[in-house]
Write a protein that binds this ligand. Structure first.
Ligand code: GLP
Length: 258
């Protein structure tokens, strides 16, 4: 059993937490610029990071935060799905973030839901190689699914798993059902960076908000480190912080008695 705790920051609600993560990203972008190298960001989808993206957009518009040389790699995408489909993570990222900032579209990388089945292994390997060629991910943003997944690393995803295609967990498909007008329309598969890929990021910020995330956050932060909850592996990463609102932190064991 390994009860190593990850650093956890708890905020009154999701807004100050999102602003804190956005500030961290902006700081890394400026530090990288000072060294003459572009920042490499690992990005996530879902409701959780939306306010963080809004804050980065505000910083771009009001404070001239410059994304012109920033390189991004997204965690995952449903498979199969057309990039133009409303539910695709391509559309989500474009609408929520990319179209509001001055990023160069050639620097945006998202696994494609249109990769043909027979080419997926090669494309996934190339995705990994591209991350390495760009010097690795400086900051990786993560949400967490109720199945404990990071990216789409569902239960059973091992510590050394790499970018690949996999089957989605029942809970994940249920949670996505409303966006697809019913569970039966949710793709059964997805392409995701692996746990091993994520663990190579220099810094990881996992965000979780709301009481629906409280139980999985407790399991990720306090239960055994195992592939049953892929987020638990983050406790073996030397530079990971959990950014939580009060509700998501409610089931954590207090470290000091009141
Ligand atoms: C999806 C994504 C994850 C995300 C999770 C949580 O499954 N693949 O990267 O963390 O949803 O979504 P939400 O932030 O909407 O709760």
């Amino acid at each position: 059993m390994n009860r190593k705790r990850v650093p956890i920051k708890i905020f009154e609600n999701d807004l100050p937490a999102s602003i804190d993560v956005a500030k961290r990203i902006a700081k890394v972008m400026l530090e990288k610029k000072a060294t003459g190298k572009p920042a490499v960001l690992g990005l996530a989808t879902g409701n959780t990071p939306v306010k963080m993206y809004r804050e980065l957009i505000r910083m771009h518009q009001e404070e001239k935060l410059d994304f012109s040389d920033v390189i991004t790699f997204n965690l995952d995408e449903y498979w199969p799905i057309r990039p133009s489909s409303l539910q695709s993570y391509h559309i989500f990222m474009h609408e929520t973030f990319f179209k509001h900032i001055n990023i160069d579209t050639k620097n945006i990388h998202i696994p494609s839901g249109e990769w043909r089945e027979e080419e997926i292994d090669t494309r996934c390997r190339e995705y990994e190689e591209l991350i390495i060629e760009n010097g690795g991910i400086d900051v990786q943003i993560l949400g967490i699914g109720r199945s404990g997944h990071i990216g789409f690393n569902e239960p059973g995803s091992e510590r050394d798993s790499r970018t690949r295609m996999l089957y989605l967990d029942k809970k994940t498909r249920l949670d996505a059902a409303s966006g697809f007008s019913g569970e039966k329309n949710v793709p059964k598969m997805a392409i995701t960076m692996g746990v091993g890929t994520i663990m190579e990021a220099h810094e990881i910020c996992l965000m979780a908000f709301g009481e629906k995330k409280a139980s999985i956050i407790r399991r990720a932060a306090e239960d055994d480190i195992s592939s049953t909850v892929s987020a638990s592996f983050l406790r073996e990463h030397s530079n990971t912080t959990f950014y939580l609102d009060k509700s998501a932190s409610e089931e954590l064991t207090p470290l000091c008695p009141p």
